[in-house]
Design a protein around this ligand. Structure first.
Ligand code: C2E
Ligand code: CA
Ligand code: CA
Length: 733
């Protein structure tokens, strides 16, 4: 008995004396009932959001609201499913009956509160609630399979329509019919038929996500409501999964039964915007599927059907492509900004389709991913790219190429258990130095399971293999992800580069991406560089490597060989000054504010003399050493910043976090509150990689970190960032 958990009851009453009365009444059973109290509806709300209660005792008059409003609020907001007992001071049965109609399970007059009456009311309320839930379930579900029945399914579709209209999204419904159900029923009997239907219901449910609604419309007809699917391809994939799941033989009463389904798909609002018409469309599409040979799916709309058919042929052809050697790798060079040499090549796959000609990877990679061919194709790419790198290194020995080959890796490949081993083995097989192989992953590929990816990638990078984050800026990675993953390279997506000369915002974004990457000790590659101006601007912004049509399109192997033999043909990245001479409009507008380039000052805020000396020393080593002003706490730093902001040009601040008097975080807080000081760029100096300090400092938009290791600050890193800052600060502020 001792292990029974006490009932958790929440008492909500604005009258303290009434709450005490309830508590006193229940004190005799205090081991059985655990009481929490709230004096206002708001207090109750926050408790309900945090805790689950077994019963709610609500005062009928609470603040300005009456009991009926309270019940409605709880139900509409989905705050709690616990049974409700209303407590009322007024002897008004009519009011109380209304509460029961609205969803309260019981009521009690405050004058009648006793231990016995309260406990009984709570028990009754629980029981009634249980019964009403059961009744509701029975009224809305199919008894055999437990799926939604027709009326609940239609209601769900109606709600989906309302959501779609509000959010401007679309959804699909599927109508499913079991192909040979009648013959099972006739030959094996009704019991077997019922068992088959339950099994199919379970298979349908497990092939879908938890929030997809599955219904049984009657007999052997099922229906599915699918929301939140943005791509046509995903619907095809879901339909296929369902068809395939039920194609597997099923054991019924000890016998193996082969069965299949026909599935029709209708989408909202494409097919219809009316509930019953929509179900009708899906039904018609199901009928089409049945006519066209069963065992498959069909879309109601012709356009969608055409796409689906094309997808099926693509899929069939893709199966043959590897065997028939229809794939080929093209190579696109990446150029070192510092000296214009080729730093590496990205391997890009091409499919020479025997009928359709060249098919773009954007078209077939997603198909390969959904049909499970991506691993084989990916393995082929890794093998081919490594082999090619080995050939280059041996054939062009005299050229002393220091090429890195970048290989695109899909999320599916990374999930493969054997991925790591495959990569290691292939790289070893061709005797390549690990650091000359780079894996490109998109943000979305790693984001799904950052921790597991991080472990895998760390093993790879531990050996020296480089990891790049691709299409950066288009996904949803956060600083945290960047910190967790062992990234060597960040590739800024083409969409930012496209606008870099024309849109100030894009330029700012690229600038901060580069700063951030450098602060995290990553190299930056800009993708899709198409013009001379873009290249020059990226050079000024401190980008490390450039890739794009301006230098070269992806090349067939022979053309890539030619380029490696005579790299002199690669376009030159001009310095900004040359652009000014030629009067390039985009450059001019970029540089119009770049007139004054007075002496450059760094404000060092650090109480540690040794650290300060070390930094001073490293700054003196620069070609054009900046002036250093040092203070030892946040107060002094604020004073200096204020003086300087009235004098014009902003400071670059190197900030220690732990200091006596005013520390780094407090200083950042003060800077943020003062609009005049906003423009100062702050780099934080850290001794250790303190996650907490870093995260809180990022909230203040610091430009980056410089780690003061035991061996003194990271000199090279520091001067790289400062030079970079000097180049951009006057340009972009
Ligand atoms: P990605 O990794 O972002 O590759 C860059 C794409 O941009 C390539 O398209 C390239 O041809 C194109 N590109 C490069 N420079 C420029 C430019 O200056 N202007 C324009 N307009 N485009 C430029 P591609 O070769 O069609 O590849 C498309 C995507 O297919 C790739 O995007 C990558 O995600 C995927 N992909 C390519 N090869 C492979 C592969 O071997 N495995 C996997 N999993 N995916 C691959
Ligand atoms: Ca790529
Ligand atoms: Ca990319």
């Amino acid at each position: 008995m001792g292990t029974v958990k006490p009932l958790r009851v929440l008492v909500v009453d604005d009258d303290k004396l009434d709450r005490i009365a309830v508590r006193r009444a229940l004190s005799k059973v205090k081991n059985v009932i655990d009481i929490s109290e709230a004096a206002t509806f708001e207090e109750a709300t926050s408790l309900l959001l945090e805790e689950n209660y077994d019963c709610l005792l609500f005062d009928y008059r609470l603040g300005g609201k009456n009991g009926i409003e309270l019940i409605q609020l709880i139900q509409n907001e989905g705050l709690s499913h616990a049974p409700i007992v209303m407590l009322s001071g007024i002897d008004d049965e009519f009011v109380m009956l209304n509460c029961l109609k609205e969803g309260a399970q019981d009521f009690l007059l405050k004058s009648e509160i006793t231990t016995h009456s309260l406990v009984r009311a709570i028990r009754y309320a629980q029981e009634r609630k249980q019964i009403s839930l059961q009744m509701r379930f029975l009224a809305q579900h199919d008894m055999l399979t437990g799926l939604a029945n027709r009326s609940l399914f239609i209601e769900s579709v109606r709600q989906a329509i309302a959501r779609s209209q509000r959010d401007n999204t679309y959804f699909a419904i599927m109508f499913i019919d079991v192909d040979n159900f009648k013959s099972v029923n006739d030959t094996l009997g009704h019991e077997a038929g019922d068992e088959l239907l339950t099994t199919i219901a379970d298979l349908i449910k497990s092939a879908l996500r938890d929030n997809d609604v599955v219904g049984r419309l009657g007999g052997d007809e099922f229906s599915v409501l699918i929301e939140g699917v943005e791509k046509q391809g995903s619907l095809i994939k879901i339909a296929q999964q369902l068809v395939e799941a039920i194609r597997e033989p099923i054991t019924i009463q000890g016998k193996l039964i082969h069965t299949s389904i026909s599935l029709g798909i209708a989408t909202y609002p494409t097919c219809s915007s009316d509930v019953s018409a929509l179900i009708k469309c899906a039904d018609l599409a199901m009928y089409k599927a049945k006519q066209s040979g069963r065992n498959g799916y069909c879309f109601y709309s012709d356009d969608l059907q055409m796409l689906a058919d094309e997808y099926v042929t693509l899929k069939t052809d893709l199966h043959k492509a590897l065997k028939c050697k229809e794939f080929e790798l093209y190579y696109q060079p990446q150029i070192n900004v510092s000296d214009g040499t080729i730093a590496g090549v990205e391997a890009l796959i091409r499919w020479n389709h025997p009928v359709r000609g060249m098919v773009s990877p954007d078209e077939f990679i997603p198909v390969a991913e959904t049909v499970g061919l991506i691993n084989d194709i990916g393995d082929w790419v890794i093998e081919e790219a490594c082999q090619q790198l080995q050939r280059w290194l041996s054939e062009y020995k005299d050229l002393h190429l220091d090429l890195v080959v970048a290989i695109n890796v899909s999320a599916y490949q990374l999930r493969q258990l054997s991925f790591k081993k495959n990569v290691f083995n292939t790289v070893k097989k061709y005797g390549l130095p690990f650091r000359q192989v780079e894996l490109e992953l998109t943000e979305s590929a790693v984001i799904e399971d950052v921790e597991r990816c991080a472990t895998k990638l760390k093993d790879l990078s531990g050996k020296g293999i480089q990891v790049a984050i691709d299409d950066f800026g288009t996904g949803f990675s956060s600083f945290r992800h960047l910190q967790l993953l062992p990234l060597k390279t960040l590739k800024i997506d083409k969409i930012f580069i496209d606008e870099i000369c024309t849109v100030q915002k894009s330029r700012e974004i690229v600038k901060s991406m580069i700063m951030m990457a450098h602060a995290l000790d990553m190299d930056v590659v800009a993708e899709g560089v198409e013009t001379e101006s873009q290249a020059s601007l990226l050079k000024i912004l401190g980008c490390d490597k450039l890739q794009g049509y301006y230098f070269s399109r992806p090349l067939k192997l022979q053309d890539m060989n030619r380029l490696l033999e005579s790299p002199g043909t690669i376009a030159i990245i001009k310095d900004a000054s040359e652009h000014l001479l030629t009067g390039d409009a985009a450059m001019k507008s970029t540089f119009s504010t770049n007139k004054k380039k007075g002496p450059f000052t760094i404000l060092l805020v650090d109480d540690d003399d040794l650290d300060a000396k070390a930094i001073e020393r490293s700054l003196r080593k620069q070609d054009d050493p900046p002036k250093l002003v040092r203070v030892v706490n946040g107060f002094q730093a604020l004073e200096k910043l204020k003086e300087q902001s009235s004098a014009g040009s902003p400071y670059l601040v190197l900030l220690d976090i732990n200091m006596p008097k005013m520390g780094g975080i407090e200083f950042l807080d003060a800077v943020r509150r003062d609009p005049n000081l906003h423009r100062s760029t702050v780099f934080v100096l850290t001794t250790s990689i303190e996650e907490k300090d870093k995260l809180s400092a990022y909230n203040y938009h610091v430009a980056g970190y410089i780690v003061k290791s035991d061996a003194g600050p990271d000199y090279c890193h520091l001067s790289k960032m400062i030079k970079h800052y000097q180049n951009t600060v006057s340009l972009l502020h």
